[in-house]
Design a protein around this ligand. Structure first.
Ligand code: GLN
Ligand code: ZN
Length: 757
């Protein structure tokens, strides 16, 4: 039996990776020193894995930005809009593809399966793919020559790579694969020539819905690879779910198959038991969760390994995390400030490798060798399970009562609309914003001062109030119809609520890469979530006192809080979501009671929680939507509930959005206007829609005419009375002047359209 790993966080123990990249982009360090710093981080990562006892250490998973981009660049797939003449791709071009340059827009970026990691989408059809350099080989040789580590090169497999790329028609899929397979063979052959023992070929797309047609293609290409390289040991690695076509998968001509026994465990295990496993192959068993931050129960994992070993002999078994550890922070070390019962229950990347190692030791030398660790592990987990934070009786009781509840507004939408129209008397196409206004360095510094204790609560509150006041004046002056307070008191839309609710924890250094150099530090939902005291009422009420205009309160929805956190795993995601919803319901009611009668509950991450398997999606949507309604349905008919989603695929989603039963939803419009109209044409959605008429991610000030066009297109398809006008997301990342100018243009565009209706 061997211990293995699939991938390690790139960002370094203290985000050195991010810092180096950003210093380079800012011109503070030159290319040579970036390259040198990157090498240092890469080496540290490899040495750490070696220290943790990993026998099959992945190499080539490290990147300067993104591993899919690395693959594209290796195949010379540089779109024509970037300057490139062939040969190895320069770092300048590489970063231009990732981030855009003066001359050319960035490549598209999208979510990596159901994780919060985003990859750069490779583009076919721009250039004939060729090999520009053998990146996995370079990584292998570097580890071997400089560190004496015999690594396992990692490469994204051809099926997944092409599936996740764009620039070809559906019927060209096979043709594109055929172009690429010879290149894969060349890359792999070179690896073989250099004495590589094992190659990890990642094919996570195997867990999606793979059609029969696609399966035939997969069989054909892997047969080709197998024929060309009969001696190369390929570990065909799947993860994030079970593979539905197990029998065909394990018959592919490769030397090993990697399966996820955490996500999709039941199905993978059942397949294994029913069909057995080929005697001539290695099974790489992903047994430690690569996606959460909790310690495993070693006893449970021991049982799992035993089950596996009844089917696959130990010498044919590798133990490893379920996926790359890219999705978890580096190390729990340094998190000593967390409650003492929590620390031993946490496992980040390094601790997870430790768990794999422990199991391998036990199996190699006998369970008694690790009996002390098992006992400790059981005690640690028990302590957390019994902690008061996980056993709040009030929460449990409320949840039990919920089971029978059908959360529904007391009056259906069309009736509410009448009541609300009478009350608000808003003009046609009311203008508003999504919540946050620019978080200038002044705002950030003030927060720092407060957090460090240099500022008193009174000082900080006064500062926030001054910001609110300033922006109420600006909104009045601009002539916006529905105002917001600006969210100056919030660093982050999830963290802010997590800090005020019971049940959340915040690490010091629990960073995870989201895209490029951007890292996020998701809160940990550790205990039962409970409302403590009003969280947003003070700011909203103060803002309201400054204006006659309607004031919209601002909350983050239950599914978004769940999907952007690391939830506990001893209860279901649904239960965690319900708990959050109940806590938010109290906040919604508190706002209403304080006279805030428009309340926006943001759900930008609702769709992110969708399970990969189609057959599981409906159930998720049902409980996520129900949670939203739990939070928002107890208000009076006159109270207007808004929601907001940004870059969400809307075309098959309007029914779900309608089910939320929010009175208004604001959505992104500017980046995909063509599509938007068709979405409205084919849906029966009858509630309010806030058209996000300008892209807040760009510093560009949108022209009046541009936004007018967009609104004009919308009102051709749906009654004008259904629309609101707003930017496509919060403005916190923008500068003050550009924001004011953009909003001024937005109001002008709205007025122009109104005058024509
Ligand atoms: N209300 C939030 C804001 O304006 C919404 C952010 C988001 O959708 N990501 O910042
Ligand atoms: Zn948004």
């Amino acid at each position: 039996m061997k211990s293995s790993n699939l991938g390690y966080p790139r960002i370094g123990e203290n985000r050195e990776w991010k810092k180096a990249l950003e210093a380079f982009w800012a011109g503070a360090i030159d290319e040579a020193s970036l390259v040198q710093q990157m090498e240092q981080i890469r080496h540290q990562n490899l040495l750490r894995q070696q220290e943790k006892g990993v026998e099959l250490i992945p190499v080539g998973d490290f990147t300067y930005y993104d591993h899919m981009l690395d693959m594209a660049v290796m195949f010379g797939m540089v779109p024509k809009r970037y300057e490139y003449e062939g040969g190895p791709v320069s770092l300048t071009t590489y970063f231009a593809m990732a981030r855009g340059s003066k001359e050319a827009v960035a490549s598209e970026m999208t979510k990596w399966f159901n994780t919060n990691y985003h990859y750069i989408v490779p583009e076919f059809g721009e250039r004939q793919p060729v090999i520009t350099e053998n990146k996995p080989l370079q990584a292998y040789l570097e580890a071997k020559e400089k560190l004496g580590i015999i690594g396992k090169p990692v490469i994204v497999g051809p099926y997944t790579f092409v599936k996740l790329s764009k620039g070809y028609e559906k019927n060209e899929f096979e043709c594109v694969m055929d172009q690429l397979v010879p290149l894969y063979i060349d890359v792999l052959r070179e690896l073989e020539l250099h004495g590589v023992e094992w190659v990890q070929i990642d094919e996570p797309a195997f867990v999606l819905d793979v059609s029969e047609h696609d399966r035939a293609i997969i069989k054909r290409i892997y047969a080709q690879i197998g024929e060309a390289l009969p001696h190369l040991q390929c570990m065909l690695q799947t993860y994030f779910e079970a593979v539905d076509w197990y029998k065909e998968l394990v018959s592919l001509p490769v030397k090993g198959i990697g399966l996820d026994f955490v996500h999709g465990a039941k199905r993978n295990l059942a397949n294994l038991k029913t069909n057995g496993f080929p005697a001539d192959k290695i099974l790489a068993a992903g047994i430690i969760d690569g996606r959460n931050i909790w310690r495993a129960s070693i006893e449970e994992k021991w049982e799992l390994v035993k089950e596996l070993s009844e089917i696959v002999p130990l010498e044919k078994l590798w133990l490893q995390p379920s996926s790359s550890l890219l999705h978890v922070p580096v190390s729990v070390e340094g998190e000593g400030d967390l409650p003492e019962e929590v620390v031993p229950a946490l496992a980040f990347a390094d601790e997870k490798l430790g768990e794999v190692q422990l199991l391998v030791q036990g199996i190699r030398y006998g369970k008694y060798v690790i009996s002390k660790e098992i006992a400790q592990n059981e005690a640690d987990l028990l302590k957390v399970a019994l902690s008061p934070a996980r056993n709040r009786q009030e929460v449990k009781k409320a949840l039990r009562q919920l089971a029978a509840e059908n959360p529904e507004r007391s009056v259906p939408y069309l009736e509410r609309r009448e009541i609300q129209q009478k009350m608000w008397k808003l003009p046609l196409l009311p203008t508003t914003t999504i919540g946050s206004f620019p978080q200038t360095s002044e705002v950030r510094q003030a927060r720092q001062q407060f957090k460090k204790g240099n500022w008193t609560v009174e000082q900080y509150d006064a500062f926030i109030q001054a910001q609110i006041k300033e922006w109420i004046d600006i909104q009045e002056e601009l002539g916006l119809d529905v105002l917001v307070h600006g969210e100056f008191e919030r660093t982050d839309m999830v963290e802010y609520f997590g800090e005020k609710l019971d049940g959340f924890l915040f690490t010091k250094n629990g960073w995870v890469q989201s895209y490029g150099s951007r890292c996020v530090k998701p809160p940990i939902i550790y205990g039962d979530v409970e409302f403590v005291a009003p969280m947003t009422v003070k700011e909203s009420v103060y803002a309201k006192s400054l204006t006659e205009k309607p004031m919209k309160g601002m909350l983050t929805g239950p599914a978004t809080i769940l999907n952007w956190s690391f939830p506990r795993v001893d209860v279901s995601r649904q239960e965690v979501c319900d708990q959050i919803a109940l806590a938010l319901r109290k906040e919604v009611e508190a706002l209403e009671e304080a006279g805030i009668l428009m309340i926006q509950v943001d759900e930008p991450a609702l769709r992110e929680g969708l399970p990969l398997k189609k057959e599981e999606q409906a159930a998720y949507l049902e409980w996520a939507v129900r949670a939203f309604r739990l939070a928002t349905s107890t208000v009076a008919p006159r109270t207007q509930i808004h929601t907001h989603m940004c870059y969400c695929e809307f075309h098959d989603f309007m029914d779900v959005i309608s089910e939320l039963d929010a009175d208004v939803i604001s959505i992104e419009t500017s980046r995909s206007h063509g599509e938007l109209v068709s979405v409205f044409e084919t849906s029966t959605y009858d509630k309010g829609i806030g058209l996000g008429v300008y892209d807040i991610h760009s510093p560009r000030i949108p022209a009046v005419s541009e936004m007018e066009d967009m609104v004009a297109r919308g009102v051709q398809v749906l009654p004008p009375g259904q629309f609101w006008i707003n930017p496509d997301c919060g403005l916190k990342t923008r500068g003050r002047d550009e924001t004011v100018q953009s909003l001024r243009n937005m109001v002008a565009a709205t007025k122009a359209i109104r005058s024509r209706l």
